[in-house]
Design a protein around this ligand. Structure first.
Ligand SMILES: [Mg+2]
Length: 184
């Protein structure tokens, strides 16, 4: 049986691509044209890939479930993302609207379903894996999946809930944290 591989789970909006910030709150891009990566993201992902980490995007896209965004537009954004960052192995998406739905979708962050599904599909070692994100849902999701967490702090008004393992100011710095701290 092949050994399990470590992964880096990546939030999308505000982690890989730039968001629109209104009143201190971040919003996702609305069009493929608005979907723009932060500088250095492809290079930082290539460094993680070269170090043996499987790169898996895990993104909530509730606007699709709420009917205010088309799933085809989100899928086109992800095609662009894979083209720009070919080291990404998989994209997990949750379209659940997330407003008091019962029962809550087990794949919607902060629930760990997307990470657990990817781990089963790709043979990932969660104990040696990481989650990078810019909001409390990412950090709590990572904690519940049993991976270490890196929080990219943009100074949003939103508060964290669980404390992250590390806090940085850019995606490039998040990659540095991971590359300098392999599981002992
Ligand atoms: Mg985000």
């Amino acid at each position: 049986m092949p050994s399990l591989r470590p992964a880096v789970f990546l939030d999308r909006d505000g982690t890989l691509n730039v968001q629109v910030v209104r009143d201190g709150k971040p919003y996702p891009p609305q069009t493929v044209g608005e979907f723009q990566l932060f500088p250095g993201v492809p290079e930082a992902c290539a460094r993680l890939d070269a170090a043996g980490y499987v790169l898996v995007v895990a993104t909530n896209q509730p606007d699709v479930g709420r009917g205010t965004q088309a799933q085809a537009v989100v899928e086109a954004m992800h095609a662009k993302l894979i083209q720009l960052v070919p080291s990404i192995a998989r994209v997990e998406v949750c379209y659940a609207p997330g407003r008091g739905e019962t029962p809550p979708d087990p794949r919607r962050k902060p629930s760990p379903g997307m990470l657990l599904d990817a781990a089963r599909a790709l043979g990932l070692d969660l104990a040696r894996s990481w989650m990078i994100g810019d909001r409390w849902r990412d950090i709590d999701c990572g904690k519940r999946a049993g991976v270490r967490t890196v929080f990219i702090d943009f100074g949003y008004t939103e508060e964290l809930r669980e404390p992250p393992d590390f806090t940085v100011r850019s995606f490039d710095d998040a990659a540095d944290v991971i590359l300098h701290r392999p599981r002992s």
